[in-house]
Design a protein around this ligand. Structure first.
Ligand code: NAD
Length: 371
């Protein structure tokens, strides 16, 4: 099986779909791994770091002569046109953002698997790239908050006086939020957190943070949150407003699958925040959890530093790539039998994550959107 890894083309994308350790594992499975020259450079991997991999500069030739192509970002139109018909491409696909690419993959009879569509069942945990990348983002968010704060996070007792620890509030305690809590705790902050799913209470507390009870619970389907009613929103915000205005840093991660990010922090709340406080809005790609977030920008609103970063996992490219590559390996290993690709279309993981196959769009919501 010929596996190809091109250099990512999206501006600012530093990750690579294959790190040297996982490359060896693919080779051990009997794959012939080829990569584009310098594909790992953004993640600080040079070609020589990869054993059992050959490097090429001709990208069209690379993509045209592979059965499996590994990507981080969705393949762009040039790449799709270079991939041989009938080949498999695996990566994040963002179908709602790139419907034209989905159509092109359909028309070129490419089998595309979207990492974000892998079902979150226990058996597929090792393939869950949403989780691995969210963990990276949560960690980095806490670091970014500390970096932009004019205050220490930890308590310090020094000859020059005693410093009180910073108060950090995390809104949304999913995978990213929990990692942000753990990281802010390690930095010594006093951390409190809130999520609409009451199941997170225990998880928050087990990390040594305080859980804020707003009296609103909204467990939705499949362990995700559902959208709140107007009355629930009002109740939630009333309680949260007090905590937000008392915080030195607020990190927001709240998301609802298939919906724009819920607006939780209003302009008035930011107006009432402490001078020099910080908001890191990890939901910026979905519009943001804060009314004054300018997606992609890092700026000062009044006396509050507000940052809604894009593509946070790419800011920690080494480990984000390592974890992502492992997710890909775990996804593809069951399909590789005796050096041959065998796709079991009865397997829920394969069925759910297939975006296009055999000239069709297999993912219903995408088909409804595109066709
Ligand atoms: P996500 O990125 O979709 O959302 C982040 C968090 O925001 C969620 O915890 C959600 O409850 C919360 N949220 C939504 N609206 C909110 C609001 N108005 N106010 C406050 N918080 C709000 O979620 P995620 O981190 O990808 O995962 C969420 C769930 O999926 C978790 O229960 C997680 O344990 C579960 N999960 C399961 C598996 C598995 O079993 N394999 C893997 C990963 C995640």
């Amino acid at each position: 099986i010929r596996v190809a890894v091109p250099k990512e083309t999206l501006e600012g994308e530093c990750r690579v779909a294959l790190d040297p350790v996982v490359a060896k594992r693919f080779a051990a499975l009997g794959c012939e791994v080829r990569m584009e020259h310098d594909a790992g450079a953004g993640a600080h991997y040079v070609d020589d770091d990869y054993e059992d991999v050959s490097f090429v500069t001709d990208k069209a030739e690379l993509l045209g002569n592979a059965e499996v192509i590994l990507k981080v970002q969705p393949p762009d139109e040039d790449e799709i046109n270079q991939i041989a018909e009938g080949s498999i491409v695996v990566g994040f696909m963002s179908p709602h953002r790139y419907p034209e690419r989905v159509k092109l993959m359909r028309d070129r009879r490419i089998t595309s698997f979207a990492m974000e569509l892998i079902p979150r069942i226990s058996r597929a945990q090792g393939m869950d790239a949403l989780s691995s990348q969210a963990a990276v983002a949560g960690y980095k968010a806490a670091i970014m908050a500390a970096d932009r704060s004019g205050r220490f996070f930890p308590m310090l007792t020094t000859a020059a006086g005693t410093i009180r620890p910073a108060k950090v509030l995390i809104i949304g305690a999913g995978v990213a939020g929990l990692q942000a809590i753990a990281t802010a705790k390690r930095l010594g902050a006093v951390v409190e957190a809130y999520d609409v799913r009451s199941a997170t209470r225990e998880q928050v507390q087990s990390l040594g943070a305080k859980y804020i009870d707003t009296g609103v619970a909204a467990e939705g389907e499949g362990g995700y949150a559902r959208e709140l009613t107007e009355e629930e929103k009002r109740k939630q915000l009333e309680v949260l407003a007090k905590h937000i205005t008392q915080s030195d840093a607020v990190i927001t991660t709240a998301a609802i699958p298939g919906r724009p990010s819920p607006k939780i922090i209003s302009k008035e709340m930011v107006d009432n925040m402490k001078v020099g406080s910080v908001i890191i809005d990890l939901a910026a790609e979905g519009g943001g959890n804060c009314e004054v977030t300018k997606p992609g920008e890092d700026y000062v609103y009044g006396c509050v530093r507000v940052y809604g970063p894009f593509n946070v996992p790419s800011m920690l490219p080494v480990h984000a790539s390592d974890m992502y590559a492992k997710n890909l390996l775990n996804f593809l290993t069951p399909m590789i039998k005796e050096g041959e690709l065998k796709l079991d279309w009865e397997d829920q993981v394969i069925k759910d994550s297939a975006l296009t196959h055999d000239g069709e769009i297999r993912h219903e919501p995408t088909r409804a959107l595109v066709e």
